[in-house]
Design a protein around this ligand. Structure first.
Ligand SMILES: NC(=O)c1ccc[n+]([C@@H]2O[C@H](COP(=O)([O-])OP(=O)(O)OC[C@H]3O[C@@H](n4cnc5c(N)ncnc54)[C@H](O)[C@@H]3O)[C@@H](O)[C@H]2O)c1
Length: 441
């Protein structure tokens, strides 16, 4: 049985004192932060006496904007805009990735930081939420330029990050190599090797086994749990994926290994489909070699945008936010949408999918596998004792299954969507910690 959008009648929330939107955002175009605020409004009636504290979720604790100047290979000086936002640290240090993308904005980084607060609380790891980014298309940089930009950015945000303060990790267009530079730069600046300052590092310098695959594995794990709830078998299920990078590529591989048919994939280079199932290992090789799925010989080209209406059982947006909108949500034929990306579905699209009886497993639970193994990495770095990959995967799967079960039960209890249920679980934990700590001074 698919869970529908929240019932029209929701309990009245105790009044919280509301404040104006921050002056540093464009109120007419709130972007992803506006989406996040709507999600908080939907959960507020379910927070009981904790709703008194809800305003704390509607503003980031700290937002740092930095100028990142570097010398380019041709001798010119380029300046890039960088951000690090700490949304909430009531439950522990900030935690969240760093994104290098030409469209990064403050609104986006704020929303991504807030979703990290919710996600970390949803899987109950002892972190707050943070996120960072640089407004740059890294494909236009040489390796030297990329390294100089990463190191200068790390130095600039060095005043607010640290193993006990805020721990960055990879996100779109950042990887283990970028994390190694960040760790080295922070360590150089502080005078001591600090492996715990970032996660998603190479294995040889304090990284964790299983981290690279963790988000995709988490996506797969919750998809299996959700499929079980609606009576959908994974073997033979038809899967469509947008984004075939770290998250979408690994999730696609695990589905294929479990006997599902990955029938359609789209990335920034184009789309590809095959009703009999794409050969996922070969497609991953092709992507590694060429940088994208376009031109893959084992399927037909899929025109841009057609992925959403493609006949499938499981649809996995695993690229960027704002992809499923009121313009395309009506076309979706899948039985479930599993959000690998952060914020891929707008609230309007959420309602359309709910009305169609399509189960949406939200980002804040579905892609939490990455931060869960990042937490393991951080713990291993502090204790300088490293676990086996089997141990890591077993602990990851247990945390994801337990978190999904709690969210599912909350959704049933309140008759709300899984997104609102995840927000109920997470925001209750965050605001309870807030209340216990009290206001300083
Ligand atoms: N990597 C992680 O551990 C992790 C954890 C949680 C959430 N996420 C989220 O998952 C999403 C993907 O992250 P990733 O780490 O796989 O990044 P990645 O850089 O490895 O891959 C991104 C993928 O998205 C595709 N893409 C980019 N723009 C696109 C567009 N306009 N249309 C279609 N496809 C497009 C790219 O071609 C690529 O296949 C992001 O929303 C990220 O925030 C990542």
């Amino acid at each position: 049985m698919a869970i529908k959008k929240p019932a029209a009648k929701t309990p009245a929330a105790p009044k919280a004192q509301t404040h104006a939107l921050p002056s540093y955002l464009d109120h007419q175009h709130l972007g992803p932060w506006g989406v996040y605020l709507q999600q908080v409004d939907r959960v507020t009636p379910y927070l009981g006496h904790l709703a008194r504290w809800v305003e704390t979720l509607k503003r980031p604790k700290r937002a740092l904007i930095v100028d990142v100047p570097i010398e380019m290979d041709n001798g010119t000086i380029a300046h890039f805009e960088g951000y690090r936002v700490q949304h909430n640290v009531s439950r522990g240090p900030g935690k969240g990735g760093v994104r290098f993308h030409q469209d990064v904005t403050l609104s986006e980084v704020m929303a991504l930081a807030a979703w990290m607060s919710v996600k970390n609380a949803a899987v109950n790891v002892p972190y707050g939420g943070a996120k960072g980014g640089i407004r740059v298309d890294p494909r236009n940089l040489s390796q030297g330029e990329l390294e100089r930009m990463t190191r200068r950015y790390t130095s600039e945000i060095g005043i607010i990050i640290g193993p006990n303060k805020d721990i960055p990790a990879p996100d779109v267009n950042t990887n283990e190599k970028v994390m190694a530079w960040m760790m080295d730069t922070y360590s150089m600046n502080t005078g001591a090797t600090a492996t715990g300052v970032v996660t998603g590092k190479p294995i040889d310098m304090g990284g964790s086994l299983g981290r690279r695959e963790a988000t995709g594995r988490g996506v797969f794990t919750v998809a299996v749990e959700a499929a079980g709830q609606i009576g959908l078998g994974i073997e033979g299920a038809r899967v469509a994926v947008q984004g075939f990078g770290n998250v979408g590529g690994i999730a696609g591989k695990l589905f294929a290994e479990a006997g599902s048919l990955v029938v359609a994939v789209e990335d920034h280079t184009g789309g590809i489909c095959n009703d009999k199932g794409l050969n996922v290992p070969k497609l991953l090789e092709h992507v590694a070699k060429t940088g994208g799925v376009a031109g893959f010989k084992g399927g037909e080209a899929l025109p841009l945008g057609e992925l959403w209406g493609y006949k499938c059982d499981i649809l996995i947006p695993a690229a960027l936010e704002g992809q499923l909108t009121k313009a395309n949500a009506g076309k979706v034929k899948a039985k479930m949408v599993i959000e690998g990306a952060n914020g891929p579905t707008t609230p309007e699209a959420d309602d359309i999918l709910g009305d169609k009886g399509i189960l949406v497993v939200p980002d804040v639970i579905a892609n939490a596998g990455g931060v869960t193994v990042s937490y393991f990495e951080w713990v291993q770095d502090f204790s300088s004792f490293f676990w086996s990959e089997d141990e890591i995967n077993q602990r990851l799967v247990k945390i994801m299954k337990d978190a999904f079960a709690t969210v599912w039960q909350t959704a049933q209890q309140h008759k709300v969507s899984l997104r609102t249920a995840t927000f109920i679980v997470a925001c209750t934990r965050i605001l309870h910690a807030r209340e216990l700590r009290g206001l300083y001074p």
